[in-house]
Design a protein around this ligand. Structure first.
Ligand code: DER
Length: 231
């Protein structure tokens, strides 16, 4: 992935949007981790901020930096969500500008829930995530019983499904929700909205990593600054 300096600049710039009294959705991954640490510093300075984590990892880090935690069913609104991405469409002329592929960390089900529940959702990324067309594999979280039936449907759609295997555990990655992940290679995705709708309709699919039309902005960290894209 990109440089840690770039990731840190993006995360810290997004954290500057957090105001006193905010409820903030905390995404998952190494770039958002910088935002979480910055929010921890704001809390230490006396800011009144509550956070809703999107994974075991983001909850652990929020606890580590003492950000008070809450849940969706305990708040009236989520003011801002900050999250990373694996790919961001950055072609100014693309209809899918701002579309994302997420799920590299297998946290995309709760991420999409919190990111879309927020009044404003900003992405934090380094330049290596930018693309003119989405083309990475799309992570699809599936009920464990459904991994073969969903794989068959993905095969029939010219997608190449691979059950995500764990590194230091025998067998597959198991998500925070107790499900499995199929990484589905469709090649270059011309119409992410259409593919997103098709994937969502497959029985056994819990959530997929196509985030289309949900991001409000992306902060792109570089080695000497931060760029912002508004959608
Ligand atoms: O899983 C996700 O969607 C994460 O946001 C992730 O893919 C981005 O992780 P990174 O910031 O460590 O690249």
């Amino acid at each position: 992935g990109g440089s840690d300096t770039a990731k840190r600049r993006a995360g810290e710039r997004a954290a500057e949007e957090v105001e006193d009294g905010f409820v903030v959705g905390l995404g998952t991954g190494s770039t958002t981790a910088h935002a979480i640490r910055a929010i921890g510093r704001a809390v230490a300075d006396g800011r009144d901020i509550r956070a809703i984590p999107t994974s075991f990892q983001s909850r652990q880090l929020a606890l580590e930096v003492s950000i008070p935690l809450t849940e969706l069913d305990a708040v009236d609104r989520v003011d801002l969500a900050i999250d990373g991405a694996d790919q961001v469409v950055d072609d100014p002329d693309a209809a899918a500008r701002g579309a994302l592929i997420k799920g590299g960390g297998a946290a995309h089900a709760r991420e999409k829930l919190v990111d879309t529940a927020a009044d404003r959702f900003v992405v934090v990324a380094d330049p290596s995530k930018l693309t003119d067309r989405l083309e990475r594999s799309v992570p699809v979280e599936v009920l464990p019983d459904a991994h073969t039936t969903v794989a068959d449907r993905i095969d029939a759609m010219e997608g190449e499904p691979t059950l995500r295997t764990a590194e230091r555990k025998d067998g597959p990655v198991v998500t925070d929700n107790g499900n499995l992940v199929l990484d589905c290679a469709f090649g270059r995705i011309g119409d992410p909205a259409a593919l997103a709708a098709t994937l969502s309709a497959i029985p056994g699919v819990v959530e997929h990593g196509l985030f289309v039309g949900v991001a409000d902005a992306t902060y792109i960290g570089t080695d000497d600054g931060v760029e912002v894209r508004h959608y």
